[in-house]
Design a protein around this ligand. Structure first.
Ligand code: HEC
Length: 149
C-alpha cells in the first residue's frame, strides 16, 4: 500500500511539475504576443502621424515579406533568409547559418526584445531598400507574423 502511495505521490509531483513548466512556456508566449501586438500598435500610430489612413494588414505584410528586389544584381527578399514559411527555421542566403523562425507562434523568443527588433528591421531594410522600412511596412510585417499559426 505504501509503495503505491509513494508511486502516486511521485506521479502527482511529476504532473504538477510538468504543468508548471508548460505554464511558464505559455506565459512566455502570452508575454511575447503582447510585446509584438503593442509594437504593431505603436507602428500603426506612427504611420497615422504621417496623416495617412492606415489599417495594418497581414495580407500586405505577407506581400512585403516575399517582395523581391534586386540588390547588386541579385534578387533578395525578406523571405530569402527567413524562408517563404516564417514558421520554419530560416537560413542566411550567403553564410547558410540557421536563423530562428520569425513567426511569433513558432519561436517564443521572436519579437520579445523591442531593441533587437528595431535593430534588425533597420539593418535588413537597409540591406534591401537602402533605408529603414516605413512604420506601416513594419506594422504590416508584424501583423502578418502574428497571424502565422
Ligand atoms: C541576408 C539575410 C536576411 C535577410 C534578407 C533578411 N533578414 Fe531579417 N534576420 C536575419 C538574421 C540572421 C536574423 C537574426 C538575427 C539575430 O538573431 O541576432 C534576422 C532577424 C530579423 C528580425 C528580428 C526578429 C526578432 O525576433 O527579434 C527582424 C524584425 C527582421 N529580421 C526583419 C527583416 C525584414 C523586414 C526583412 C526584409 C526587408 C529581412 N529581415 C530580411 C537575416 C536576414
Amino acid at each position: 500500500m505504501q509503495k503505491i502511495s509513494y508511486t502516486l505521490l511521485a506521479l502527482f509531483g511529476f504532473i504538477s511539475l510538468s504543468a508548471q513548466a508548460s505554464d511558464n512556456i505559455s506565459d512566455q508566449f502570452a508575454n511575447q504576443f503582447n510585446v509584438a501586438r503593442s509594437l504593431a500598435a505603436d507602428y500603426e500610430q506612427e504611420a497615422k502621424k504621417k496623416g495617412k489612413h492606415v489599417t495594418l494588414s497581414a495580407e500586405a505584410g505577407r506581400a512585403f515579406y516575399t517582395k523581391k528586389v534586386v540588390v547588386d544584381g541579385k534578387e533578395l527578399s525578406c523571405s530569402a533568409c527567413h524562408t517563404d514559411n516564417p514558421a520554419k527555421e530560416g537560413k542566411h542566403n550567403e553564410t547558410g547559418k540557421p536563423i530562428k523562425p520569425v513567426a511569433i507562434s513558432a519561436n517564443p523568443e521572436a519579437f520579445s526584445d523591442v531593441k533587437k527588433v528595431e535593430k534588425n528591421f533597420a539593418k535588413h531594410c537597409r540591406e534591401l531598400y537602402g533605408k529603414d522600412c516605413s512604420a506601416q511596412d513594419k506594422g504590416n510585417y508584424l501583423t502578418y507574423l502574428l497571424s502565422v499559426k
